[in-house]
Design a binder for this molecule. Structure first.
Ligand code: CA
Ligand code: CA
Length: 444
């Protein structure tokens, strides 16, 4: 009896296992490996499958017509296309569209969660730009009409007039597109329109604009009604307004070069939780204009070309605090550590530091960073002695002695907030460290 029962149980178990096995196969099939689609403007016909003498679906094509490019080979109509929109049509969420060097005329619409890469995807065009190779040039407007889209490494010129927002645009974020990253692009207008426009009250939250060179627009970047916007490591210049912000919440503008914008570098109205830090401002009508209706803008720790308080005050309008102006321009490797009104600005490449104490005392000089990323710094003048110890990759401790009083502060690396994924094309590697905390969270 027991044998029978056991056999019966075993039979059920094995049937169950078979079902499970089949189920798990189904799951694997549903989790298709993300595909990569290639786009080129000048494919070479390597094998003419249908012998029609022209590039057609099913033919093998390669990119030997692109001088100096790494050779790729693909099947036309399957994973090789001549138009970006055709590659998007053939893709599913999570896929990558790689657009090879060349000229692409006409508007592009990205309506799936895709990573869309131009030829310079890994080379910054912004602050501390790398050496860019031949570009993937889009002459027209790019509409992003899906969440979690990455648009990276293009040269977008002129833009185009789009009927729906009734604007000339380089990149338009359609309503509801969240988690979008626009990085390492050159976005150049012909003097009108917006380089990057979010939809007013369109919920374009968690937007990252990083490593771009944006010029030649009425407004370089126009954020409208979104929450969680990071604008970092860009060059934003020669626009009427560099960055316009209406009703934006949680905006970080950091490590940008913002220059020669006719009316203002940054304009804000009705915007809250705004931090403008570690930027270089020069030659703008106004550097920052807060038109009101929102919080005071925290614009401490920027480089204004001067540390003269009156001269800096003349560069801003509205409620803007401009404390602790930097005495040297921000570079790609400038970090700021802060805690309890104390700020320590340090350039990992040059060792230049400036230390701002809460009472207005300021020290500057050079410090040695050892190859393990540890800093051990002693600063003193007649009245004050400061010892800073710790890792440049996260936390520093600061001991401050003034006469008989002694205080200890913990300073956090501010760059951990959002400016990660960095600075592709940069070899210093410091900004990868900024990812550390996020990576740790992912593992948890
Ligand atoms: Ca053919
Ligand atoms: Ca090409």
């Amino acid at each position: 009896m027991s044998w029978l029962r056991n056999r019966s149980v075993d039979a059920k178990a094995s049937l169950f296992q078979r079902r499970r096995a089949r189920l798990s196969v189904d799951v694997l099939e549903a989790r298709a490996v993300p595909a990569t689609m290639l786009v080129n403007d000048n494919w070479f016909l390597a094998r003419d499958a249908d012998h029609n003498g022209a590039i057609s679906a099913g033919d093998t094509v390669d990119n030997r017509n692109d001088r100096g490019a790494v050779r790729v080979r693909a099947t036309f109509g399957t994973n090789a296309f001549s138009y970006i929109n055709a590659a998007v049509d053939a893709s599913t969420d999570g896929d990558t569209v790689k657009v090879l060097q060349g000229a692409y005329v006409g508007n592009v619409t990205i309506d799936k969660s895709l990573t869309v890469l131009g030829a310079n995807a890994n080379v910054s065009a912004g602050l501390g730009a790398g050496r860019r190779g031949a570009e993937s040039i889009i002459n027209g407007a790019v509409t992003i009409d899906a969440s979690d889209v990455t648009l990276k490494g293009f040269k977008i010129i002129n833009g185009a007039h789009l009927d729906n927002p009734n604007e000339t645009l380089g990149v338009w974020l359609d309503a509801g597109a969240t988690g979008v990253t626009i990085s390492n692009n050159v976005i150049t207008g012909a003097g009108v329109g917006r380089g990057i426009l979010s939809t007013f009250n369109g919920g374009n939250d968690d937007l990252t604009i990083q490593g771009n060179n944006i010029s030649g627009w009425t407004t370089g970047i126009y954020n409208q009604g979104n929450t969680g916007v990071v604008v970092a490591f860009n060059k934003i210049h020669d626009n009427t307004v560099g960055i316009g912000n209406d009703s934006v919440t949680d905006l970080v503008v950091r490590n940008n070069a913002i220059f020669n914008n006719d009316v203002e570098g940054i304009g804000l109205s009705g915007s809250n939780e705004v931090t403008v830090r570690l930027n270089n401002f020069s030659g703008n009508g106004l550097a920052i204009h807060n038109y009101g209706g929102g919080d005071t803008v925290d614009a401490s720790l920027n480089y204004w070309g001067t540390t003269n308080a009156d001269a800096i005050a003349a560069m801003v309008a509205g409620d803007v605090t401009t404390s602790n102006p930097l005495s040297a321009p921000v570079t790609l490797t400038t970090h700021v550590f802060s805690g309890s009104d104390i700020s320590f600005v340090f350039d990992t490449a040059t060792g230049a530091f400036t230390l701002f104490l809460a009472d207005g005392t300021m020290f500057s000089g050079r410090a040695h960073l050892n190859r393990h990323g540890r800093l051990d710094l002693h600063v003193h003048n007649r009245d004050v002695r400061v010892d800073i110890k710790g890792s440049i990759r996260g936390t520093l401790t600061l001991d401050l002695r003034q006469g008989h009083t002694r205080q200890r502060f913990t300073l956090q690396d501010e760059a951990g907030s959002g400016s990660s994924s960095g600075t592709p094309g940069h070899h210093g590697g410091e900004h990868h460290d900024d990812d550390h905390d996020d990576d740790h969270d992912d593992r948890d």
